[in-house]
Design a protein around this ligand. Structure first.
Ligand code: TMP
Length: 250
């Protein structure tokens, strides 16, 4: 990827203490939301994107895998329950391929244009699902993540933590199970432990949020963390976003 942003970001290393934010002003511009399946992070991603728009920011809201025509095609392959024969390495490379295209086509150009990017899942999911849960070598996964993102790293990562048993109950209330969700409770437990480990390793970038509370309560925590990372969201913008998204959900 040839953007100036990638070249600049490449020099800043991976440790949270060394990381430079994706804006000259020093506030977070690239925010990712993570968690086990059923943690409610997609709702929080929608709420956050809406609140940031209401706060006057230009927002690009994305999901992973997905967000480009090519990446959405790869998503279909990854989540199709008919692809039960898919091996762990194929799975890893498909997630990374979808990510590489998303960074190249959308995320890096958006950050370079001064927009704020909110992404529902990013490379911490690969670390937790493919390394912690599936058992692939963590160093290999780390290298693959770095290859895919070409220097574009999140400034802030919000991890929505919820006991897998509760998350699975929430999932069961929804229709249909995709190939990843079908991997079972022990798998989700390892994913959960993986997110806890990442948060302990990178406390500057990765913030844990208790997702067992109701949506409004969890969103208040989301706003607190985003504001702490230097991105202003007024109480009015947060309240209006909550009203909008709850209305859409009805
Ligand atoms: P979603 O349900 O949040 O849209 O995510 C799709 C599934 O893909 C979810 O079960 C998590 C999984 N996943 C990985 O296993 N590795 C990854 O790198 C990503 C982004 C998602």
């Amino acid at each position: 990827m040839g953007s100036g942003l990638a070249v600049r970001a490449e020099t800043r290393g991976r440790g949270s203490n060394m990381a430079q934010p994706n804006t000259a002003a020093g506030s977070a511009a690239f925010i990712t939301l993570e968690g086990v399946d059923g943690a409610g992070k997609s709702t929080q991603a929608r709420l956050l994107a809406r609140a940031l728009e209401l706060a006057g920011r230009e927002v690009v809201a994305l999901r992973e895998p997905g967000g480009t025509v090519i990446s959405e095609k790869i998503r279909s392959l990854l989540l199709d329950p008919e692809n039960a024969a898919m091996g762990d390495t194929c799975e890893l490379l498909l997630y990374e391929a979808a990510r590489a295209q998303l960074v190249h086509e959308v995320i890096a150009p958006a950050l370079a244009a001064g927009k704020i990017v909110v992404c529902d899942r990013f490379y911490d999911s690969t670390t937790c699902y493919q390394a912690f849960a599936d058992g692939l070598d963590r160093k290999v996964v780390h290298g693959a993540n770095n290859l895919a993102v070409a220097g574009t790293h999140p400034d802030l990562t919000l991890v929505y933590q919820i006991e897998p048993a509760l998350a699975v109950r929430r999932l069961n209330a929804r229709a249909g199970t995709d190939r990843m969700e079908a991997k079972g409770m022990a798998f989700q437990e390892r994913v959960y432990q993986g997110f806890a480990a990442i948060a302990a390793e990178e406390p500057g970038r990765v913030k844990l949020i208790d997702a067992s509370e109701d949506i409004a309560h969890v969103f208040r925590r989301t706003v607190v963390e985003v504001c702490a990372a230097g991105v202003e969201i007024s109480d009015d913008a947060a309240r209006e976003a909550l009203a909008d998204v709850m209305l859409e959900a009805e």
